[in-house]
Design a protein around this ligand. Sequence first.
Ligand code: HEM
Length: 454
Amino acid sequence: MFVATSRRTPPGPRGYPLVGAFPKARHDPLGFFTECARRYGDVVSMRLGVHHVYLLSHPDHVKHVLQDNARAYAKGPTATRVRALFGDSLTMIDGDRWRQRRRQVQLAFQPGHHGHFAAVVTRAAAEMLERWRRLADRTELVEVVSEMRRLTQTIIIRACFGQLPAGEVETLSEAMDAAVGYVDRQLWSSVGWLELPTPAGVRYRRAVGVIDTLVSRKLNEARGSAPPPGSLLAALLESPVAAGREPFTDAELHDELKTILIAGHTTTASALAWTWYVLSDHPDAMGRLVEECRAVLGGRAPGMEALPRLGYTRRVIEEVLRLYPPTWLTARTPIEDDTLGGYTIPTGALVLLSPYLTHRHPAVWEAPERFDPERFSPARAATHPAFSYFPFGGGPRRCIGSGFATAEMQLIVAHVAQRYRLVLLPSARIVPAAGLTLRPSPAVPVELQRTGDD
Ligand code: HEM
């Protein structure tokens, strides 16, 4: 399949001296990479600033990098742009250190912990719906991007630390918003890796400081007395010991918690916001979803046991993750020369994989732009080539929270759909914004229409 001989450099856009194609990419990264794949094919090369970049979109190549030859690839230099958010956690480290850490962290994400997580999700969703009821009574609009962010922040904070006072949840949520917002803006900035003493940079470091302080305090409290039962903090503290594995140091645990807080809400918030946006544009799918939720749940709040019977709900979410994968770009760096599609990928290059591109690859997906949840019916899903669909990554570094995330999204969508149809304002103009995650921008204002008795 992959020939050993290598050809010259793959085709790609020409750039400018010194900066390469970076100015074009930073202006509209999603549009730029989409155009590159359309124009130059499955392996595209270009220079982005100091990096020699290879953009891969064919599922076979994605599989090679993430799974078959995963040991030859490290996370690479771009990860430094998000280091303040993720520290030295699982997402950032490589090699044996990563393998050992993955085994430790994995224990906290076992299905046995899902029940507690589901209870946290259901409670937070019920609180949001109660607030929405008052807004709907006053025919006030709801803005879905911020609502889903607020909901998923509350969930991940309580999942990590138990039922905190509302003030603490708010402080931490605000700090996460400020920190993630700054990184989003800096990701494609030409000076993104510099720690500049600008007012925005100062606010960012202050926000990261607030997150660090709160996480450390929770960790100290848990070390001093019993950690909140059922919480991820308790699982992280207790599971490695129970399994006879090395416990975490405080510094390791701190960075893992911080990563779970950020990675565990930015992604699900974006996916949920897209879900409501897409459903608003597809009333038939929304109708079928409401029907399924009412038939399965009969007006009750959903729990884990209902999820296998909410098949259509799940297919809707899977199809939304195909069209708008929150983690739309993943980077790797080969630690030894590799060969792909007949081209040499040299040590130290920057390899970019984008589920957004692969999920719309015309050789794999029929009418890729069309929203069609039935692509994920069991019979049709079985025909998808490996790695043609990878919203959660794949291979050994596949998302550790994918089970939590899928359950969370299914629970929330089912809970909300039993009560409301979210109807997008006709004047709203929405485009994908490609930052740390791919989210609808600038906002998704909706009217809440009741789907049943409230
Ligand atoms: C829709 C929701 C989510 C999406 C789309 C998503 C996507 C991803 C992807 C694509 C990766 C692999 C990145 C790479 O290969 O470089 C990843 C890794 C990771 N995710 Fe998620 N994620 C989601 C939810 C979550 C949640 C809820 C958590 C935690 C509660 C989480 C924690 C992590 C961690 C810790 C890693 C690093 C794994 C490793 O490197 O071994 N994610 N995620």
